[in-house]
Design a protein around this ligand. Structure first.
Ligand code: ARG
Length: 297
């Protein structure tokens, strides 16, 4: 289901609910109903509409195309959005996406402002201490963006350069490790597009971020004259959906749905739509096993 149709559906169910509530209010003003007591089953069938689907609030930093971004209409769209929407459809619940700054995004889980976070979040040992993750749903790695004429050929070449990263990301982590904690040359931005704009403006000499986002940016901004540099010292990363620590019930719901959308081809179709190629078999097949091991932990 697209973002638009999810909204329409939400709107429609909202109207339905409003209608039911109006009808209920209207009843109050009418003459008291006759005291014939219908059979209990009949009463519940007539009085109780199906309970409205549960709506889970999803936080996402929608400045990370093609995973999450805002379109011209201000709607939040992207690969992550479609995957989570597909999971929700399977599970018979609703999801509502709220654009949430990356900085502090995980606190919204602890505070209960968001039920889950889907934001191209890399599953890391450190993060696992403070939140729970779904089974992995995407494989990623860090990628370097530099100007076309830059002499950078490997990650180590960034040791003394001004490097832009999104604050608190895995890109920030690797660059901080390379340059040292107190390096003045790590320039931390609120969002990845801001870091890339700064590269274009010449304020930084490289940007390190997730491959999918860098590739997407370079493809859509030919005028920026960027090239990408890979380095196989970057550890493989996997994205997971994040939940408040201990919210096992919700986590399992999503793991179940994720395994289902993987199994029935929905995930593959979404992947193909965004990346133009078939989903790597490793991701597709790793999910049920990973889901099983996550559930048993
Ligand atoms: N995968 C990286 C991380 O988890 C970057 C994610 C940034 N996501 C975003 N929507 N801004 O640290």
């Amino acid at each position: 289901m697209t973002q638009l149709s999810t909204r329409r559906f939400l709107k429609a169910s909202g109207l339905l609910l409003a209608g039911v509530m109006l009808a209920a209010c209207g009843k109050k003003d009418e003459a008291p109903a006759p005291v014939t007591t219908p059979a209990p089953e009949a009463a519940s069938a007539a009085a109780a509409p199906p309970p409205p689907a549960k709506v889970y609030v999803v936080g996402t930093d929608a400045a990370y195309a093609p995973f999450e971004s805002q379109n011209e209409k201000g709607e939040i769209v992207g690969f992550d959005i479609d995957v989570v929407t597909a999971i929700a459809q399977k599970g018979g619940f609703e999801v509502k996406f709220i654009n949430t700054p990356w900085e502090g995004i995980f606190n919204t889980l602890t505070q209960g402002d968001r039920d889950l976070v889907v934001s191209a979040v890399t599953i890391t040992e450190e993060r696992k201490q403070t939140m729970d993750f779904s089974a992995p749903y995407f494989d990623a790695y860090q990628l370097i963006a530099v100007k076309n004429d830059a002499k950078v050929t490997k990650f180590a070449d960034l040791k003394k350069l001004k490097v832009g990263v999104q604050n608190g990301t895995t890109g920030d982590e690797v660059v901080t490790k390379l340059q040292g904690k107190s390096s003045p040359n790590v320039k931390r931005f609120e969002s990845t597009p801001l870091a890339l704009k700064e590269l274009e403006a010449g304020g930084v000499e490289a940007v390190v971020a997730d491959n999918g986002v860098i590739v997407n940016y370079v493809a859509n901004n030919a005028g920026s004259n960027f090239k990408t540099v890979t380095d196989n010292s970057f550890a493989p990363e996997q994205y997971g959906i994040a939940f408040k620590k201990g919210n096992t019930e919700l986590l399992e719901k999503f793991n179940k749905g994720l395994a289902e959308v993987k199994a029935d081809g929905t995930y593959d179709a979404i992947y193909k739509r965004y990346f133009g190629v078939a989903a790597p078999a490793a991701v597709a097949s790793s999910v049920p096993a990973a889901a099983a091991s996550a559930a048993s932990q």
